[in-house]
Design a protein around this ligand. Sequence first.
Ligand SMILES: Cc1ncc(COP(=O)(O)O)c(C=O)c1O
Ligand SMILES: [Zn+2]
Length: 386
Amino acid sequence: MTVTHLECAACGARHEARRLHNLCAECGKPLLVRYDMERVARTLTKESLKGRRADLWRYREALPVEREENIVSLGEGWTPLLRAERLGERLGLKHLYIKDESLNPTQSFKARGMSAAVSMALELGVRKLAAPSAGNAAGALAAYAARAGLEAHIFMPRDTPRANVIECEQTGAHVTLMDGLITDCGAEVARRKDAEGWFDVSTLKEPYRVEGKKTLGYELAEQLEWELPDWVFYPTGGGTGLVGMWKAFDEMEQLGWIGSKRPRMVTVQAVGCAPIVRAFERGQRHADEFPNAATVASGLRVPKAIGDFLILDALRASGGAAVAVTDEELLAAVKEIGAAEGLFVAPEGAACLPALKVLIERGDVKPDERVVLFNTGAGVKYLESF
Ligand SMILES: Cc1ncc(COP(=O)(O)O)c(C=O)c1O
Ligand SMILES: [Zn+2]
């Protein structure tokens, strides 16, 4: 057991490990899991990784599950970090990579977070899970809940891509489609959860999804032989992956695996829903709810994120950026990436490309720098958009 406690990311209040928690009991902000890193370092070494399982549980000591038999796995993580040479050449970049998260179970990076969250729910005795979702998190929750033999209650906007709705139904979840956005779905979960006995696994309202997502950061370092890239482009909705990676970098520094250099982190959003970009530009630490949110990149249609300050802090501390791109640009980028590299990426992942072009144009991203774009999901889930 390497977890020492949970800590509020805003006020620092300490919460006991091995208990069910949602938000901070003092201030209502997200909780982060803290580890005894010296203890982690005893067995989790660079050398030890060589013989380990090819999924995210290879970083087991830095993950919260205590008992091996509670790990709910479908083979998530350890996805390829592909060189994108043809695309790079076109952009004048020598070292462009795409981390292809579409190869996860349920075809998106949401599998990482849900594997960790469902495992912890199982370990802590939860039977019924509930979450609002923009689509991919729902598919992942449904799958992992089924795998664990738990109930999943899922609330999605009615216009969520059909593939997400169907996969949830076919993996046995209870699906409710709502008129409105993910925020409305979240409010419905909050309203009903006590009476129904559901544990709410909304993004960052539950402490363990971010633990699964942080393995993106561990993998980046390991796959680049412990030298982090100069730039990370991340399509941001609730921001769990970005917040998770940022946490992973600190943990790896404590392990002595990397130094203090960090990648410059870039949040990519759609023009039709860009609360983080707007707050970044205005110098705000918290983002206002984005009115009339609309974009075909359904995972980016998150008008209000509870972890907004964590995303914005990481962008600023890293000397990063926040860029909004149009739906037209991101849909065109699906085809550009597809034709150049052979990947049918999700519209969210594709959005990284026009954002990269903006930063190249500004002179921020230089030809010799190492750049990683996150393809967070699979284009095949969005057929109605093409
Ligand atoms: C494909 C895809 N990319 C990116 C995101 C945004 O992820 P996060 O909420 O971790 O910022 C989502 C969220 O639904 C998604 O489905
Ligand atoms: Zn707090």
